[in-house]
Design a protein around this ligand. Sequence first.
Ligand code: PEP
Ligand code: MG
Length: 604
Amino acid sequence: MTTNVRDQELLHGIPGSPGVAIGRAIVIGNPRHQVPRRYALPEAHQAELARFRRASERARMQLKGVATNLGSVSAAHSVIEAYAMMVEDPMLASEVERLIRSENRCAEWAVSLAVDSIAAQLARADDPYLRERSRDIEFVGEHLLRGFASQSAGYPTIPRGNLVLFARDLSPADTASIVSGGAEISGAPIIPGSTVVAFVTEGGTRTSHTSITARALKLPAVVGVSDVFDSIRTGDLVVVDGLRGIVVIHPDESSLHDARGRGERYSALRDALALARERAARTLDGTTVAVRANVENPEEARRGREVGAEGVGLYRTEYLYVDRLHPPSEDEQLAAFRDVIASMDRLPIVLRTFDIGGDKFVSTFKLPPELNPMLGLRAVRLAMTRPEVFLEHLRAMIRSTAFGDVRIMVPMVSTLDELRWVRKMVETACDQLRERGEQVPDQIPLGVMIEVPAAAVLADHFAREAAFLSIGTNDLIQYTLAVDRSSRRLAHLASPFNPATIRLIDRVVRAGERYQCPVSVCGAMAGDPLAAVLLLGLGVREFSMEVSAIPEIRETFRRVSVEEAQRVAERALDLSSAEEVDNIVVETFAPRLHDILAGEDVEE
Ligand code: PEP
Ligand code: MG
């Protein structure tokens, strides 16, 4: 949606990452949408083939440059190296040559057609590893086509100074290049001394890759902006307001003044919250709340500790299996777990067994195509079909208990039999380690995620058998309300305030109290200030969230009392719609959280 206000133009999207930035636009278009379609006569074939070879070489060098900048320790390094190799793929080269020689297509057109046909073949493959490669070959094709563009100096002049990247979506290679301060992004040269200060993308949601990267880099981002390319041109001055999800093109003086003020106030809030990292998250009436980090790698755990995380409430270990052909070895997994444990000063670490399947496909498992992957062979269900791989995973987890306060958690559990099966597997893994002469602890806490409605309904049974319960609200909301968690169109239905989910959460908390089984929340609700207060009122005292939310949530708890949160929660349990619950939570708490919710003035 766009609204014209005098000369300036406002574009509305989704707030992907907080903060306010001002800069010049750099538009990264998709070159596959602008491919020249010329026929080349036979006498020009040699010249076209030479152009193709030069473009390949340039794309390869550019990708190699990104990989070198990243350094070999980065997880993205091997992906980018693989892209650099794919540029020289013989199948691609021979198809391009055939299209030039037999069909008289110009080199760019031949590359585009060859990439489309290889990507389509891969997308139809039974093998999930090959299916995943389909998107990779498209990225590689885009880099190759940029190689041609630079031969004809096709890039617009890139402005100097603070840059705002506009893209349909950012590829892993783009974000890796930004992270490493690379000399180009998607082939567009970045002038030394210029800095990327914000992102704007046409695609994406709050939980998409671009948003997560922007939050990790502390750069403001607005995502999901429809028709953004109709309005923006490279070089335009823009304001990106990642707090409100607004982009202003050609801002007037008053918008610029307003943006500077909001940006400064937001930074001041961030700094004030960072200083408060040593202060406990204690409510006005004296209840201490545990605030932990959700992490995907050791680096995130370190950042979590820096902002005051009191442990890791969810380590998504499935990321160890991504972008590789074979599962990580036991020792490799142990090294990653130890790294996370070491960053947390002996605070609790919850290792979640791999949650692979659903929307998290990895190449290490040959998964059959499913019509409904979210309802398919995912997480513990997949583990049950690969006991050997799962045992190796568990052995690494059990060995890591020697280095800290480690707990194991099982995702996507829907029946008690699944929990009992995992317990048996833990016992088998312990026996295997004892046979190898390794030390094994007498007891390892084994908890379950409550993220399938069936498990929430049977929470009393789970509370009797599990060491702890952790509510995964992302999936619990998705499955309770039958709303795909990645759908932009249905996002309005997935409210954290829907009374159906709130009643299920209440049920789980009560079951935990009855059987003295600790209950935490590790879904995105825990990192949303207003939803977190509602959870506090329902009786939750342990929260785990993405690292960027930790300072705000700790401060949120310092400004409310358990007593008033309980009153609101009790009323919410009687209400019939998400809107009504939203209203009472906002009415009661939003005024005092106004700076946190909007990044406004800091209250001392
Ligand atoms: C959840 O479902 O809420 C959760 C924390 O797990 P994930 O987002 O990894 O599915
Ligand atoms: Mg989940």
